[in-house]
Design a protein around this ligand. Structure first.
Ligand code: PAF
Length: 298
């Protein structure tokens, strides 16, 4: 394992990537906020496989995507361990800038309006979150200028919004989504899992169980899938549900009549004490050749 080279300024980053650009090698990019775990490692492997040139990972806890009452100060900062994870996964350059380096002179004057998709689901609870995410992602894409950027499906709404931004603003980078990594019991890996006490950790698995229950019942239609997920969520007393939603893969509303075989996404967010967890899964409504409804559901 070789430790990646650390760049903390724009200038250092540009100098490190110049040789690869000069020889026309493709650059891969994994933006992160650090506190890296096996989920991030899998994004790095996707990037490594996608390009012939250097893979860059950024580690930057972006103040603009945290609300005033959120956990910016509490967010874990573990640079030494993070560099080891990056080294193990073949990351060549870690870009870990200061807040001043990313936002010289404070918040940018010209910003990004993330549009209506940022006002639903997570956006209802965190109204300024996706604006902050898209601003920093746009900045990081401008600084790294990658050919390929990898985002986790774990933050599914973020992935959809980044894809929209890249398409709508013609940013010229391939956005790849990487599947969610899970603990053996199904809990989605997250930097926030470390805040759960042992009891909360046990209860947290109900999120993925609810999504799996929805998936198993989705052959009987939208309502059956949602009812199965809700029933599972009710079994966990300490889980305070923020939302459970079944949408199109692009986060649109599903029509009332869903043809069998319709691809969809189920998303959940809940609080366990002070810790907020999210999860999601793809599923298929109805099964081609079988009815999309059954008694008691539509
Ligand atoms: O998913 C994250 O870790 C962050 O939202 C991102 C994409 C690095 C932007 O700060």
């Amino acid at each position: 394992m070789t430790r990646p080279v650390l760049a903390s300024t724009r200038q250092e980053l540009a100098e490190l990537l110049a040789p690869a650009r000069a020889r026309g090698a493709r650059v891969g990019f994994v933006p992160t906020m650090g506190a890296l775990h096996a989920g991030h490692a899998s994004l790095m492997r996707v990037a490594r496989d996608a390009v012939d040139g250097p893979v860059v990972a950024s580690i930057f806890v972006n103040p603009m995507q945290f609300g005033a009452d959120e956990d910016l100060d509490r967010y874990p900062r573990t640079l030494d361990q993070d560099l080891e994870v990056c080294g193990r996964e073949g990351v060549d350059v870690v870009f870990a800038p200061s807040v001043e380096e990313v936002y010289p002179g404070g918040e940018p004057m010209v910003t990004i309006d993330p549009g209506p998709l940022a006002g639903i689901l997570e956006g209802r609870i965190r109204p300024t979150h996706f604006r902050g995410v898209l601003i920093v992602v746009a900045k990081l894409l401008g600084l790294v200028r990658p050919d390929v950027a990898v985002f986790g499906e774990k933050d599914y709404q973020q992935l959809v919004l980044v894809r929209r931004m890249v398409a709508d603003l013609c940013l010229g980078v391939d956005v790849l989504g990487a599947e969610t990594e899970r603990e053996p019991d199904g809990l989605a890996l997250s930097s926030r899992n470390r805040y759960l006490d042992p009891e909360q950790r046990q209860e947290a698995v109900v999120l993925s169980r609810a999504l799996l229950a929805a998936r198993a019942e989705a052959q009987y239609g939208v309502n059956a899938a949602l009812a199965a997920a809700r029933a599972e969520l009710r079994t966990a007393k300490a889980v305070d549900l923020d939302y459970l939603a079944l949408t199109t893969p692009e986060l649109g509303d599903l029509p009332d009549q869903v043809p069998p075989g319709t691809e969809a996404r189920i998303l959940v967010a809940a609080r366990l004490g002070a810790t907020r967890l999210i999860d999601n899964m793809p599923l298929v409504i109805g099964t081609v050749g079988s009815p999309a409804t059954r008694e008691g559901s539509s």
